[in-house]
Design a protein around this ligand. Structure first.
Ligand code: GAP
Length: 448
């Protein structure tokens, strides 16, 4: 299979220039591996999150939504194993002051020239590996002496586990059922990077599906397939997606079985995890029972028995999928009859930040007025952009570059017969559409 091109540097620059993603606190020199979503980025990520929420919560009777707090009781993280075990082995270099993951030295580069792996220069002085906990610690309470240590959650999943009975009982759900949430998570990664691929603050979309022991592998298989279908439905190319099964040594302490959905980010990054599907058994609920002294059992009325459910988890990063969607969509094309080619973000129309752009062909003859009237009529139905500056070709290029699927032009004929042209980003075909039919025309093209 041909390797996918490395488009990361071009994307980082496009994302900044066109208002998708900015470095956090840039005017102060930036915050390491933390990013801000600009006007178009926030729309793109929100569309991806909405699509997940619709697939996981709105379209199903057996999954409930939740929005748990970021700050949780510190015992939570003892029970989950994060205080003791959420660590990466860290080495420092006393010469260059670099910090590296001891288990990933082959992927790291020493800042000394020529570029080599840490430890391979004569001057390198690597320390012994020591464990570094990835959780951010802060304190709760007004007085520092009496304040208690709390953590910024490193995953959203624990908010779901501790609310298992609250949700099950309040919503009268019967096992099997799931709880889903979208929220921020924080990890003090030693080697973050690759733009928004690995960051210190990110968003997860997690779902825990509670099942009867013995039915877990069946559900695991089902969720594995459903999640792959979701990524395909987002428009990610089938040849860029594949499963990676965790072998014995790779399984997390809580997992009975695990598959990653991986995506080919191109270049040297290649295939990387975007989502994990785990069979967590009864590990989490049992741990929380033990640490809280509260029963987290389900009473199965039909069979008159109590049990601690097993959990199938699907856990996907909203930022990582946003990056996958951008990488997948980026293309450069030659344009017939033009010297300059075009850059296109071929995003699935459902996640494109702007659905249609509206242009008056000229700034006279009532065309801007008519274009603005159309804009006002459609703006509550779709995110739109109005543009009257520069040549029509330049305006098309600006929209192609941010992935706008349709461009609507008001021309000389429009004011006479109330029709406009609608140009398709990918095929470049132009339809003439009656203004009264425009909303239905766009809605029809945007479904799916
Ligand atoms: N509750 C299970 C869990 O958190 P994980 O594999 O550590 O599992 C799940 O994380 C997903 O969260 C990953 O597949 C990835 O998409 C996203 N993710 C994890 N760490 C991340 C980071 N530092 N930056 C961006 N996304 C991250």
């Amino acid at each position: 299979m041909a390797a996918q091109p490395d488009v990361m540097d071009k994307l980082v620059s496009l994302c900044k220039r066109r208002g998708f993603i900015f470095q956090s606190s840039e005017i102060y020199g930036g915050t390491g591996s933390v990013w801000d979503y600009g006007p178009l980025g926030v729309e793109l990520k929100r569309n991806i999150k909405d699509r997940w929420w619709n697939a996981m919560v709105r379209s199903r009777d057996d999954i409930e939504g939740l929005d748990a707090a970021i700050l949780m009781h510190p015992r939570t993280w003892e029970a989950s194993g994060h205080v003791a075990g959420f660590v990466d082995p860290l080495v420092d270099c006393k010469t260059c002051k670099g910090r590296f993951r001891a288990d990933k030295l082959e992927d790291a580069r020493c800042p000394q020239k020529p570029s080599k792996q840490p430890g391979q220069h004569d001057a390198c002085q690597l320390t012994e590996a020591r464990n570094f906990n990835l959780m951010f610690k802060t304190s709760m309470g007004a007085l520092e002496e009496s304040a208690s240590v709390v953590y910024l959650r490193p995953e959203t999943a624990q908010g779901i586990f501790v609310n298992f009975l609250n949700v099950q009982q309040s919503m009268r759900q019967k096992v099997p059922f799931g709880i889903a949430q979208i929220g921020k998570a924080f990890r003090n990664e030693i080697t973050p990077g690759n733009f928004i691929f690995r960051t210190r603050e990110f968003e997860q979309m997690e779902m825990q599906f509670f099942v009867a022991p013995g039915t877990d592998m069946e559900w695991f298989e089902q969720w594995k397939q459903l999640r792959m279908e979701w990524h395909l439905g987002l428009g990610l190319s089938p040849e860029r997606l594949k499963f990676h099964q965790h072998g014995e040594g790779e399984l997390a302490h809580y997992a009975r079985a695990a598959f990653d959905v991986t995506f080919d980010f191109g270049g040297t990054l290649g295939f990387q995890e975007i989502e994990g599907v785990h069979n967590r058994g009864d590990f989490d609920l049992t741990q929380h029972q033990m640490f809280s002294n509260k029963k987290l059992e389900y009473f199965d009325q039909l069979n008159n028995k109590r049990f601690v459910p097993y959990v199938i988890e699907t856990s996907v990063g909203a930022d990582r999928v946003t990056l996958a969607a951008l990488v997948n969509a980026y293309r450069e094309e030659a344009v017939e009859g033009e010297e300059e080619g075009r850059v296109v973000l071929g995003l699935h129309p459902a996640i494109a930040p702007i659905k249609a752009a509206i242009f008056p062909l000229t700034k006279k003859d009532g065309q801007p007025e008519m274009a603005k009237a159309i804009m006002n009529d459609l703006r509550m139905a779709f995110p739109l952009d109005y543009d009257e500056s520069g040549s029509i070709g330049k305006r098309y290029r600006r929209q192609d570059e941010v992935g706008t699927p349709f461009c609507i032009t008001v021309d000389g004929q429009s004011t006479a017969d109330q029709t406009v042209t609608v140009r398709d980003r990918d095929t470049l075909a132009q339809d003439r559409v009656d203004v009264s039919q425009l909303k239905a025309y766009l809605a029809g093209k945007l479904v799916g």
